[in-house]
Write a protein that binds this ligand. Sequence first.
Ligand code: OAD
Length: 264
Amino acid sequence: MAEDAATRVSAGIERAATISARAQYLVALTGAGMSVESGIPPFRGPGGLWTKYGEPPMNGYQRFLADPAQAWRERLSPQGPMRELWETLHAAQPNPGHHALARLESAGILRCLITQNVDNLHRLAGSQAIAEIHGNYMLVRCIECSRRFAGDEIPLEALPPRCPHCQGILKNDSVFFGEPIPTDVLGRCFDAAEQCDCMIVAGTSATVYPAAQFPFDVRQRGGDVIEINPYATELTPIASVSVHGPAAVVLPELAMRIIQLRGM
Ligand code: OAD
């Protein structure tokens, strides 16, 4: 980073820490940029998955419902289009940004972490108060009763696999295009966003709804939005502070400073 850019980032972190440290109900919202330093590509922009493969069809969920067995066969196929992503996800480890958010939660400062990421890295880092609004790729979910199960514990001899509880069809917990966000997780997100007076938004283009709406709602109610992203986004104009740096670098410094300012 050039010296003046580094100075701007440090000044941004200090302002962001001052604002976040006085929050009563701090919430974080994260997106794909959060895991770039863990080796997982984002969706949009240079090197993005959708940039490389094109955006998946908007009717992904309808296609799943039309032939769940075929959808599972495609998913499990060694040549499947998502295979490369799955292998990347399996190999990935949390980066210092994930650990910083887990530390803020264990210090009792961060109340909820809403993530759009399905990569499980926040959980691996130790975060517990998580709402995975687009699901978790390690889990499967029953489309009838919404119960979730560890994906590697579900027998896949007969496709589609069935829910051990109600015999409904199981699909990966990752939310497909055209699929409603499961109501349990959506409710947790709305609760957190409603109580939130300061939202740290890291690594998202803020283009996919409803997640993208939360920071705008917080701002409209007079709360603060702290953005962490190397580039400007739709959110930048309304953010209280935008820190233009990578999440894996900015979040550890921000978390440390918030904890210091809170006298912990
Ligand atoms: P995007 O790929 O749309 O945006 C990633 C954001 O991360 C961009 O704004 C980048 O500038 C930023 N970024 C890149 N590198 C970064 C870094 N090192 N640190 C911090 N930020 C960085 O990803 P999302 O906003 O998460 O949904 O996309 C939202 C949803 O769109 C995804 O959850 C997915 C996708 O369709 C589903 O699959 C349902």
